[in-house]
Structures are given as C-alpha cells and as structure tokens.
Design a protein around this ligand. Structure first.
Ligand SMILES: *Cc1c(COP(=O)(O)O)cnc(C)c1O
Length: 375
C-alpha cells in the first residue's frame, strides 16, 4: 500500500512498518517469543508482566539509541512539552537561590516555543531573558558569546529545535565554558532522535513524543539524577520528577499504548542503523530541500544557513496569492499538511525520521514543477 507523504509538524508521520506491526498486534499482543497473550496492549494492566516487559524494552532501547549515560533517568510522563514548561521550573528552579531568595532561570529565546517556555516559567520563578532572536525575526540564534547569563540562575533554558521558526542548535552550548554554573535545560521535542545528544552539557532534556518518537500523549524527560529531589512544595506529586523516577514512571498510570508504539519506533530506529544513520539521512534530506528552495526564483527561507533546522523547514512563495494553488496541487500529488504555522504563514515541510529521502525528492520535484507552471 502506497501512502501519501505527510509533512505535518505534529502529530506527525509514523514509520509505516510500525503502524503495520501495531495493527497486527492490536487484538492480541505477542511477546518476544511470539507467544500471544489474548489481550491488546491498551487492555493490559500497567503493573502486569506483559506491559512491564514492553516498558523495560522501550526504556532500554531508547537509552541505547540516545546513548543516555547511567546517571540520567529516563521518565515517561504526560502533559506534553507545554506542561514541561511549568514542570521544569516547579522541579528545578530552586536548585539555587538568587539575591532575593527566589530561584531563577535564564532563557535564550530563539522562537515561539522558547518564548512560551519563558512566559510559563515566570509563574513559578524569577526569570531572565539572557538573549533573544526576536529583533531579527527569529532567523538566527544569538551567538552564545553575547548571552547575558545570570550569576545565580538554577538553569538555562533553550529550545534546541524551534518547530515553528525552523531554527536549530547544531551544537549545544557549553555553559561551563561560558562561565555559568547553571544546568542546561533543553526542549528537544521536535528533533529528538534525529541526531546525537552531548549529555555532558545537559542537565535535563524533555520532548513530546508526537513529532519524532510516536503518538501524542507521551512526554519524554531525561534528567541527571542529582537534579531530582529539589521540587517546590507546590509541585503536583504526579509531576515531581523524583516521585516519577522512584516509581519507574508508574506513580500514576502511564500512557501505556503510546509507550508501546514509541517502543516499536525505537526498534525501527535500531533496524535503520540507529541515530548516526538517521542523522546522515536527515542531513541529506534537509540539504536537498534547502538547495531546492535556495535555487528557485519562487521559494525562499529566511533562516541563516548555520542554524537552519533539519527537521522543520518553513518556506514562503514570493507570490503569496499562489499559496492555495500550491497546497491544492501538493495534496493531489500525495504531499500532505504543508501549510505553515498560522503565526508565520507560508509553508512548512516537517521532515522527521519517518519521512524517507524519496518523500523529500517527491516534494522537491513537485515544487520545481509548480514553479515551472506558475513562476
Ligand atoms: C510541539 C512542541 C511543544 C508542545 O508540545 P505539546 O505536546 O503540544 O505540549 C513544545 N516544544 C516544542 C519545541 C514543540 O515542537
């Protein structure tokens, strides 16, 4: 069955092999030996040995794929990236106290998502704008050397891939080298598993699953163990990282089906050759699409070349009156969900792990044909 290519920013395309396997196992899940248990995963107790084996395998596979060091906990939570905007300050803002006796966090704002994170954190802790790409329309990441980091911040928040603005950190900042003693908190929702992570620079990373890992409803948190146990008293128990960690993410019922499907994605990633292989494929896909955009007279992308996202590629048509025709023709050609985010307009192609090179080739061929007939 040949399905259209789906360029949605999230919830986003899933590997077809994973959907096929989930469908096959929907009514009667087989264990690793192939023995069926008479239940689908949605119907299992999260405390039964069947689901516990699914959970343990998913966690081990993710740890291996992302090379998560042993002193980091992997938490499978709920609430998405936006809930983490509150959960992180509730848990980490009191790591240090500033001059006023409050915890505080520094924010590097590089697009819509980090901007939202700062606004939410302001409810729970002192917060400081260390740098902002807003004056330049979020088309580049302010050079780390210019960041105005606080001496007493508990953590510095960045969004390592801005899903809406198409801006990506290609290396994580080294806060120690910048003279900061704060922990680095990374929202990696929209490029997790597309490339490696330098954990030596990270205190905590979080991401919603629905961009690059699996179904909506699951939120991944990877946190260094010594950062657990500092939550504010008002932190809800189900969102206290230490409580979640102490209960192997089962303080309350976890999103069992989403964990199972994400686990199938992790196994698929391993079959593709792991994260290094995905990264090579993602570089090739992104290069092809940016070359097509830059080489055309009709399309353009405003992001500085050194921080263009490999995952989310916003682009615009010189003649915006052609937008509807572009989208209608794309749909006809089997290229879905290319409309840009409402806050920026234009188009956006999200080319996550599940989009093969052939999907990007099909998109580029369509873009070139559309330009020939409308340019
Ligand atoms: C999608 C996204 C979020 C929000 O995730 P929700 O699951 O909708 O809360 C946060 N940060 C980034 C970078 C995202 O791409």
């Amino acid at each position: 069955m040949k399905r259209p290519y789906n360029f949605s920013a999230g919830p986003a395309a899933m590997p077809q092999e994973v959907l096929t396997q989930a469908a096959d196992e929907m009514l009667d899940w087989p264990d690793a030996s192939g023995k069926r248990c008479g239940m689908g995963v949605m119907e299992m107790s999260h405390r039964g040995h069947e689901f516990l084996s699914i959970y343990a395998q998913a966690e081990a596979d993710l740890r291996e794929l992302l090379a998560v060091p042993a002193n980091f906990q992997i938490l499978f939570m709920q609430g998405g990236g936006l809930a983490e905007n509150a959960i992180v300050p509730l848990n980490l803002s009191a790591l240090k106290k500033d001059a006023s006796g409050r915890g505080r966090a520094d924010f590097v704002v590089t697009g819509s998502w980090s901007e939202k994170s700062q606004q939410e954190a302001a409810k729970y802790c002192g917060n400081h704008l260390a740098a902002s790409g807003k004056p330049e329309g979020f088309t580049r990441i302010p050079d780390a050397g210019t960041w105005k980091l606080s001496a007493d911040a508990s953590y510095v928040h960045i969004c390592s891939n801005e899903t809406i603005n198409g801006v990506e950190f290609h290396t994580l900042p080294d806060l120690k080298a910048l003279g900061s003693k704060a922990e680095l908190v990374v929202d990696f929702s929209s490029h997790v598993a597309s490339r490696g992570v330098d954990w030596s620079r990270v205190g905590l990373a979080f991401g919603g699953a629905q961009k690059n890992l699996g179904p909506a409803g699951l939120t991944l948190v990877v946190v260094r163990e010594d950062l657990l146990g500092h939550a504010l008293a008002i932190c809800p128990s189900a969102f206290n990282y230490k409580t979640v960690a102490d209960n192997q993410s089962m303080y309350n019922t976890p999103p069992t089906y989403a964990i199972y499907v994400a686990g199938l994605v992790f196994q698929w990633l391993k079959r593709q050759g792991g994260i290094a292989a995905m990264e090579r494929a993602n570089i090739a896909k992104a290069e092809l699409l940016y070359q097509t955009i830059d080489g055309s007279g009709l399309y353009f992308n405003k992001v500085h070349t050194d921080c263009r996202s490999r995952m989310n590629v916003p682009f615009f048509l010189q003649d915006e009156s052609l937008n509807d025709a572009f989208l209608a023709g794309a749909k006809e050609a089997g290229l879905l969900q290319l409309k840009g985010h409402k806050s920026v307009g234009g188009m956006r192609a999200s080319i996550y792990n599940a989009i093969p090179l052939e999907g990007v080739q099909a998109l580029c061929a369509y873009m070139q044909a559309f330009e020939r007939s409308h340019g």
